[in-house]
Ligand binder design. Sequence first.
Ligand SMILES: [Zn+2]
Length: 484
Amino acid sequence: MFDIHEKNLVLYGFKEYALETLQLMPSTYSRYEVILEDFLDILISEKVENDNFVKIFSEANISRITRKTNSVRPTLINLLDFYQKEGFLEDETLYYKLLNIIKNVYSSQKDSIPLKENTNFLTPQEIRNLFSDKVIYKNRQESLLVPLISSLAFFCMFKQEFILNLRLDDIDLKNKLIRNIRRKDNLHLVEWIEMNEITYNYLNQYWGYRNNIEVNSNYLLLYDKNQITNGHITNLFGSLNRNDNKDLVNSKKISTDILVKSMIFYILDATDGIGIYDILLLQEKNKYFYDALNEYLSIRKSENKDSVIKQYSLESILRKNPIKPQIGLYSEIKDINIEDLEAFFMENDRNLQSDKITIQRLVRDSRIAQSLKQFYQHECQVCRLKLKRADGSFLTEAHHIKPYNKKHRGDDRKENLVVLCPNCHAQFDDSYFAIHPDTNKVHCIFGEDDPKHETPLLILEGHNLGVNYLQYAWKEFERKKQTL
Ligand SMILES: [Zn+2]
C-alpha cells in the first residue's frame, strides 16, 4: 500500500534514475519531482497497492494530477520506465499498455498540452507540406538550404552531425549518389546511397548556387560563406515556425532529429517491421532508431492501437492487409510493399511530382519484380513452366542474379532479375545453376548430367540482363565448382 514511506522510497529511487541513468538536467528533474509528489499523494489517498501497476497508471489516477503542465506526460512516462528498467514491472505487454494509457490521457487534453509537444514524429501530411512549394522563405539561402537539409535528414536519414560535415566529394551528382558518411565507423554499412529525385532536385539547385560562392572550402553546406553550424540549422528550421508556415507543420518544432526519426518510423510501419534489416544496412543502431522502434512497437502492441494510429494520422500509410511472412517460401513473400509508402507520398499531391520515390532502396521495390513476372506472363525463363495456384494466381518467383543481401549487395533493377519457377529458383540460389555471361545459357554445376545444362534462357525483348551481375554470379558459380 502506498504510504509516506513508500512515497519516499519511490522519490529517492526515481531521483537516482533520473539524474544518473537518464542524466536529466537538475532543473528538468525538479519539474518532474513536484508532479511526482503530487501523483504519489494521490496514490496514497486512493490506497493503491504499491505493486499494482494497472491501478497506479489507471486513467482515473493519472487524470487526477492537478498540475496541467507539459511536464506531466514525460514525468509519468519516466516513472513507468523507471519501474520497468529497475525490474519492478516485468510484463512487457503491460508496459506498452500502460504507456499508451498515459499517451492517450495526456494527448487528448489539448488545452493543457500544446500540439507541438504532442508527438515527436511528423505526420505524412506534414512531410508533404514540408517538401512542397507552400513553404514561404525569406531569402535564397533559406529557400535552398531548408529543403535540402530536410531531405538529407528525412530521405537519407543523416543525423545533423553528418550533414554539417558533408564535403563536396561526398556527392556524385552525375550518378545521383551520396556517400554514406556513417560508414567510416561501421564498415559493414553500404558505401554510397542513391538519392531519390526529391533530394537530387534540391541538391542540384543548391549546387549551382554553391559553385558561385567564391570561397575556398570543401564543405558542401555553407551559411554566409562559412561551414554551416548547428546554430545555423536551428535558425534555418526556425523559418518553418514563422506565421507564414507554422500551420503547414502544425507548429511542430522541425529538426533533423524529428525528420530522421519519422522516416525510420514510417519504414517500420509500412513494412510491418521487416524494413529493419534495410535500415541497418544504412546506419548504426542509434538513438533515433530506438526511439522509432519503441514508438512502432508501442503502437503494434497496444490494445487501443486504432486511437494511437489516429493520433499520428498514420491511417494513410498503414497496410490494409498486412502480408504475413511465410516460412519455407522464397523470401520475396517477405518483400516490402513499397506501394503503401509511395501512395502516401504521391496521393493527389502534385508538389511531389517526381515519378519515383525509392526511399534509397530502403525498401525493396517488389513492384519491379511483379511487373517483370507479368512481362513473362509467369513463365519460368529456364524450364518454361507456368505453375498455377489453387486460387488461380501464378506461382513464380523473381531471382536476384547478384544476390540481394548484406554480403553480395545486389540490387532490384530488372537487369538483375530473372523470373523462375520455385524449382529452378531453388537451384539458382544454391549455385547449382548459373547463367553464362556471354551466351545467356543456363549452366549446371554438374555439366551434361543435368538435362537443362546449356538451355538458352528465355529472354524477351525489352529485358536485358546486366553483364556485371551475370559475371558476378558466374564467379560465385565457378568458385563453388572448384570446391566440388
Ligand atoms: Zn523452372
